[in-house]
Design a protein around this ligand. Structure first.
Ligand code: GYE
Length: 328
């Protein structure tokens, strides 16, 4: 109600007058129209990881709490499916479109269509690479570069008294996705000045457990015990890699240092069991922030271009005690 009144007042351009005509503004046909239930079209990446499952749940439950009508689609990690979903939301004339872009590039055409239809677009979780930033209202999510740097700083500290070489095998996330690009670049930024760190292998496991396991099996075949560190872009791939190492008779967390991202319950369980050394947090619980942004956009309130998530780093030593408090 308050939002509706404020929006109506802004349209009138007479704030001083508005407090006195508030009651009147609420009964005008224009203001009534803005009181209708908001419809949000959300194009999700897929269901590739525990992170994603928690993110989907967060979006669905926050929409229900905010009484926002949610149209939800799962793109099965394919950009073409997300583009189709966005086009269908445009055709259905939803009030707001939100999506978590599977990859960074290739979004201009469909976002121009949304803009032409005057449907505001909110990005969540992953960023995109567009010149015209007016194609979206705001981006809500983590700073993946910073996460990569945090992983790198943890490694630099862990090996500070070691001459090296420290051979890193990297399990990358989905090719072309923001978290894969930035978790890689953040690491490089930190370790590039120290030649003892070497990335000896780097391949995508597409953020899945099966992908992580398969790529790690291939790494073990080629590099065997030359590998000192597994740097996995998410917990699911790290868990898959841990399985591969154990099947090969190795001791993850001891013979091979395991660095991972997300800080899901699965990651915490692996740390508590001594099989993962550090988990860099990335929160999927973006639903409440998204719904409040959706309401603000509909009410005509300005939003910051970037809404950052607050996160930390969990080393193995705190896992057992922190595990019971993890929400995803
Ligand atoms: O790290 C991974 C998921 O975009 C931050 O996507 C997200 C990533 C997350 O599949 O587990």
């Amino acid at each position: 109600m308050a939002n509706t009144r404020r929006a109506a007042c802004r349209a009138l351009g007479a704030l001083a007058l508005c407090s006195s005509i508030g009651a009147l503004a609420l009964t005008t046909p224009g203001a009534y129209a803005q009181d209708k239930q908001i419809t949000l079209g959300f194009a999700q990446v897929g269901a590739e990881s525990a992170w994603r499952t928690a993110n989907t749940e967060s979006v669905k439950s926050a929409a229900a709490d905010a009484k926002i009508k949610l149209k939800f689609s799962d793109a099965q990690q394919k950009q073409e499916n997300q583009i189709k979903a966005i086009r269908s939301y445009i055709a259905q004339k939803v009030d707001v479109i939100a999506f978590s872009p599977v990859v960074e590039s290739g979004w201009e055409p469909v976002l121009r269509e949304a803009k032409a239809a005057k449907i505001p677009v909110i990005l969540t979780d992953r960023n995109i690479d567009v010149k015209d930033t007016s194609l979206y209202v705001t981006m809500i999510g983590s700073d993946f570069m910073e996460e990569g740097r945090r992983g790198g700083h943890w490694l630099a500290d862990h090996y500070k008294n070691d001459q090296g070489p420290i051979n890193i095998a990297e399990l990358q996330g989905t090719v072309g996705s923001a978290p894969a690009n930035d978790r890689h670049s953040g690491l490089i930024e930190v370790i590039k000045s120290d030649p003892k760190f070497k990335i000896i292998a780097s391949q995508s496991g597409d953020f899945t457990l099966a992908g992580g396991k398969q790529v790690m099996e291939a790494f073990i075949k080629t590099y065997g015990n030359k590998i000192n560190v597994v740097y996995a872009h998410n917990d699911d791939m790290a868990l898959g890699a841990i399985q591969a190492m154990e099947e090969a008779g190795m001791h993850p967390g001891k013979d091979i240092t395991v660095v991972s991202f997300d800080a899901t319950k699965g990651g915490f369980q692996a740390m508590a069991a001594g099989k993962m050394n550090v988990d860099v947090e990335c929160s999927p619980l973006l639903g409440p922030q998204l719904m409040s942004a959706v309401k603000d956009v509909v009410a005509g309130k300005p939003l910051p271009k970037r809404i950052l998530t607050e996160e930390t780093v969990f080393p193995m030593s705190v896992a057992a005690q922190t595990l019971p408090t993890r929400k995803y």
